[in-house]
Design a protein around this ligand. Structure first.
Ligand SMILES: [Zn+2]
Ligand SMILES: [Zn+2]
Length: 159
Protein backbone atom coordinates (compact mmCIF):
# COMPACT_ATOMS: atom_id res chain seq x y z
CA UNK A 1 0.00 0.00 0.00
CA UNK A 2 2.61 2.52 -1.14
CA UNK A 3 0.10 4.99 -2.64
CA UNK A 4 -1.99 5.12 0.54
CA UNK A 5 1.07 5.77 2.61
CA UNK A 6 2.05 8.61 0.30
CA UNK A 7 -1.40 10.25 0.58
CA UNK A 8 -1.21 9.91 4.32
CA UNK A 9 2.14 11.71 4.30
CA UNK A 10 0.72 14.54 2.20
CA UNK A 11 -2.09 15.22 4.64
CA UNK A 12 0.28 15.33 7.54
CA UNK A 13 1.78 18.59 6.22
CA UNK A 14 1.67 21.66 8.42
CA UNK A 15 -0.86 24.55 8.23
CA UNK A 16 1.45 26.79 6.24
CA UNK A 17 1.74 24.10 3.57
CA UNK A 18 -2.03 23.51 3.66
CA UNK A 19 -2.71 27.25 3.11
CA UNK A 20 -0.24 27.32 0.24
CA UNK A 21 -2.00 24.38 -1.38
CA UNK A 22 -5.42 26.01 -0.82
CA UNK A 23 -4.14 29.26 -2.35
CA UNK A 24 -2.79 27.35 -5.28
CA UNK A 25 -6.10 25.54 -5.64
CA UNK A 26 -7.98 28.85 -5.53
CA UNK A 27 -5.59 30.29 -8.08
CA UNK A 28 -6.06 27.30 -10.35
CA UNK A 29 -9.79 27.44 -9.91
CA UNK A 30 -9.88 31.15 -10.83
CA UNK A 31 -7.57 30.45 -13.74
CA UNK A 32 -9.71 27.54 -14.78
CA UNK A 33 -12.91 29.60 -14.55
CA UNK A 34 -11.35 32.49 -16.46
CA UNK A 35 -10.03 30.28 -19.24
CA UNK A 36 -13.35 28.45 -19.28
CA UNK A 37 -15.19 31.75 -19.77
CA UNK A 38 -12.70 32.79 -22.42
CA UNK A 39 -13.17 29.44 -24.14
CA UNK A 40 -16.96 29.80 -23.98
CA UNK A 41 -16.76 33.29 -25.46
CA UNK A 42 -14.47 32.04 -28.21
CA UNK A 43 -16.71 29.08 -28.90
CA UNK A 44 -19.80 31.26 -29.03
CA UNK A 45 -18.01 33.62 -31.37
CA UNK A 46 -16.85 30.77 -33.57
CA UNK A 47 -20.32 29.24 -33.62
CA UNK A 48 -21.74 32.61 -34.56
CA UNK A 49 -19.22 32.96 -37.39
CA UNK A 50 -20.01 29.44 -38.54
CA UNK A 51 -23.69 30.23 -38.39
CA UNK A 52 -23.14 33.36 -40.46
CA UNK A 53 -21.04 31.57 -43.05
CA UNK A 54 -23.57 28.72 -43.11
CA UNK A 55 -26.31 31.26 -43.67
CA UNK A 56 -24.25 32.81 -46.45
CA UNK A 57 -23.65 29.38 -47.95
CA UNK A 58 -27.33 28.47 -47.73
CA UNK A 59 -28.28 31.80 -49.27
CA UNK A 60 -25.79 31.33 -52.09
CA UNK A 61 -27.00 27.77 -52.66
CA UNK A 62 -30.62 28.89 -52.65
CA UNK A 63 -29.83 31.69 -55.07
CA UNK A 64 -27.98 29.32 -57.38
CA UNK A 65 -30.83 26.82 -57.16
CA UNK A 66 -33.36 29.58 -57.77
CA UNK A 67 -31.36 30.85 -60.74
CA UNK A 68 -31.13 27.33 -62.16
CA UNK A 69 -34.88 26.84 -61.76
CA UNK A 70 -35.47 30.23 -63.34
CA UNK A 71 -33.23 29.35 -66.28
CA UNK A 72 -35.00 26.02 -66.72
CA UNK A 73 -38.42 27.64 -66.51
CA UNK A 74 -37.40 30.33 -68.95
CA UNK A 75 -36.02 27.76 -71.39
CA UNK A 76 -39.20 25.73 -71.09
CA UNK A 77 -41.35 28.81 -71.62
CA UNK A 78 -39.28 29.88 -74.60
CA UNK A 79 -39.60 26.39 -76.06
CA UNK A 80 -43.38 26.40 -75.46
CA UNK A 81 -43.63 29.91 -76.90
CA UNK A 82 -41.66 28.91 -79.98
CA UNK A 83 -43.83 25.83 -80.46
CA UNK A 84 -47.10 27.73 -80.03
CA UNK A 85 -45.79 30.45 -82.33
CA UNK A 86 -44.96 27.83 -84.93
CA UNK A 87 -48.42 26.24 -84.57
CA UNK A 88 -50.05 29.68 -84.71
CA UNK A 89 -48.05 30.57 -87.80
CA UNK A 90 -48.99 27.29 -89.50
CA UNK A 91 -52.65 27.95 -88.63
CA UNK A 92 -52.49 31.50 -90.00
CA UNK A 93 -50.71 30.29 -93.13
CA UNK A 94 -53.35 27.62 -93.67
CA UNK A 95 -56.15 30.14 -93.13
CA UNK A 96 -54.44 32.58 -95.50
CA UNK A 97 -53.98 29.83 -98.07
CA UNK A 98 -57.67 28.89 -97.82
CA UNK A 99 -58.73 32.52 -98.09
CA UNK A 100 -56.55 33.03 -101.16
CA UNK A 101 -57.87 29.81 -102.63
CA UNK A 102 -61.47 30.96 -101.99
CA UNK A 103 -60.61 34.41 -103.36
CA UNK A 104 -59.18 32.92 -106.52
CA UNK A 105 -62.41 31.03 -107.07
CA UNK A 106 -64.43 34.21 -106.77
CA UNK A 107 -65.03 36.65 -109.59
CA UNK A 108 -64.84 40.38 -109.31
CA UNK A 109 -66.79 43.16 -110.96
CA UNK A 110 -64.81 44.56 -113.90
CA UNK A 111 -66.25 47.98 -113.24
CA UNK A 112 -66.07 48.52 -109.44
CA UNK A 113 -64.09 45.50 -108.10
CA UNK A 114 -66.88 44.36 -105.78
CA UNK A 115 -67.68 40.65 -105.65
CA UNK A 116 -69.34 39.74 -108.91
CA UNK A 117 -72.58 37.82 -109.21
CA UNK A 118 -73.26 38.32 -112.95
CA UNK A 119 -70.93 36.61 -115.40
CA UNK A 120 -70.77 38.06 -118.91
CA UNK A 121 -68.03 36.17 -120.70
CA UNK A 122 -64.42 35.04 -120.24
CA UNK A 123 -62.74 36.99 -117.40
CA UNK A 124 -65.58 39.49 -117.30
CA UNK A 125 -68.18 39.69 -114.58
CA UNK A 126 -70.16 42.37 -112.75
CA UNK A 127 -71.69 43.01 -109.35
CA UNK A 128 -74.82 44.61 -110.81
CA UNK A 129 -76.67 45.38 -114.01
CA UNK A 130 -75.63 49.05 -113.60
CA UNK A 131 -71.91 48.14 -113.70
CA UNK A 132 -72.45 45.83 -116.66
CA UNK A 133 -74.25 48.58 -118.58
CA UNK A 134 -71.62 51.16 -117.59
CA UNK A 135 -68.83 48.95 -118.97
CA UNK A 136 -70.68 47.91 -122.10
CA UNK A 137 -69.56 50.84 -124.30
CA UNK A 138 -65.92 49.57 -124.15
CA UNK A 139 -66.58 45.91 -123.52
CA UNK A 140 -68.85 45.39 -126.50
CA UNK A 141 -65.80 45.33 -128.81
CA UNK A 142 -64.16 42.54 -126.76
CA UNK A 143 -67.19 40.64 -125.50
CA UNK A 144 -66.80 36.99 -126.43
CA UNK A 145 -70.41 36.25 -125.76
CA UNK A 146 -71.37 38.50 -128.64
CA UNK A 147 -68.89 36.78 -130.94
CA UNK A 148 -70.13 33.39 -129.83
CA UNK A 149 -73.49 34.74 -130.86
CA UNK A 150 -75.20 33.89 -127.61
CA UNK A 151 -77.51 36.41 -125.89
CA UNK A 152 -75.57 39.43 -127.15
CA UNK A 153 -75.49 43.05 -126.19
CA UNK A 154 -76.54 45.78 -123.85
CA UNK A 155 -78.87 44.53 -121.17
CA UNK A 156 -77.91 40.90 -121.17
CA UNK A 157 -75.96 39.79 -118.15
CA UNK A 158 -76.32 36.36 -116.71
CA UNK A 159 -74.36 33.45 -115.36
ZN1 LIG B 1 -69.69 46.68 -109.93
ZN1 LIG C 1 -68.78 39.99 -122.24
Amino acid sequence: QVAAGHVEETWVLDDRMKRMIMDLQRHWLTDYQQSREKLLVEMTERLHQEFLSDQQKIRTELLTQFKDELDTTRAELEQKYRESLKAELAKVNEKHRKEISACKKKQWCWQCEAEAIYHCCWNTAYCSVECQQGHWSTHRRYCRRKKQGGGGGGGGAGN
